[in-house]
Design a protein around this ligand. Structure first.
Ligand code: PEP
Length: 254
């Protein structure tokens, strides 16, 4: 586990207006600038990204995209290329989120999106996670296959351009997050799968986030006991009081 923590806020399709988006970004940036051990990435919807990016770089605060086209540019109506998102201020981009996988993204499509992200010089946040779980342990195979398929074709030298985010789909939008001990088991598993592809050194250096119903009450225990490098936060990332509290609590972890 790295000592600096990374907290990524996936705003999904919120808030309703650019003014609200600017307000959330301003406040999040202010809180982030006061943190000592924590980096914060806000991922607003595409149309709000530029408004949320600061003209001056702010310590600890970055903008991320929620997805990216498999194409660089061209006749692809409704798509946004990685280079375009970078020019709007993005440093990170989420790929393989379960909501996009549910809308049709296969591992192959995710691997193409990831390739565009890395080529554009952004850092990819690669989401993996099983939809359901039972006693059989089949979720390990599901997650391993997603990791293999989504990272297929990524050159070894680019392994550091990818941050893994383990998000059990059944825990997204749920009442409670996964038990920290189970998060720990999965963070080890994800690192092992990563090292099987890129080698033990890359596996050791790999960053793994947990996502799924994180809030200011459970964040510290998930990072501490779950031994993850940070969190991917959905709902709570646009709830300013809760997210502010979460960031301050996480920053206290040594
Ligand atoms: C997500 O959608 O990536 C997520 C983690 O959502 P929530 O925190 O709302 O469960």
């Amino acid at each position: 586990m790295n000592s600096r923590k990374l907290i990524v806020g996936n705003w999904k399709m919120h808030p309703a207006s650019v003014d609200d988006a600017k307000r959330i970004a301003r406040r999040t940036r202010l809180v982030a600038s006061r943190l000592e051990h924590t980096d914060v990435v806000a991922c607003p919807p595409f149309p709000f990204m530029q408004a949320c990016a600061s003209r001056r770089p702010t310590a600890n605060f970055y903008i991320g995209a929620q997805s990216v086209s498999v194409h660089e540019e061209g006749a692809h109506t409704g798509e946004a290329g990685a280079g375009m998102l970078r020019s709007l201020g993005a440093t990170y981009a989420i790929v393989g989120h379960s909501e996009q996988r549910a809308a049709g993204d296969s591992d192959e499509i995710v691997s193409h999106r990831l390739a565009r992200v890395v080529e554009a010089g952004l850092t990819a946040i690669l989401c993996v996670g099983e939809r359901t779980r039972d006693e059989s342990g089949a979720h390990f195979d599901v997650v391993r296959d997603q990791i293999k398929g989504s990272l297929a074709g990524l050159p070894e030298g680019k392994a550091r351009s990818v941050i893994m985010a383990y998000e059990p789909v059944w825990e997204i939008g749920a009442k409670e997050a996964m038990a920290p001990e189970e998060v720990h088991e999965m963070s080890i598993f994800v690192k092992k799968a990563f090292s099987d592809i890129f080698g033990p050194e890359a596996g050791l250096k790999a960053k793994v986030l947990y996502g799924g119903s994180v809030n200011f009450r459970n964040a510290v225990e998930i990072i501490h006991t779950g031994q993850v490098d940070g969190l991917l936060v959905g709902r709570e990332s646009v709830n300013l009081p809760g997210f502010t509290e979460l960031l301050k609590e996480v920053d206290k972890i040594q």
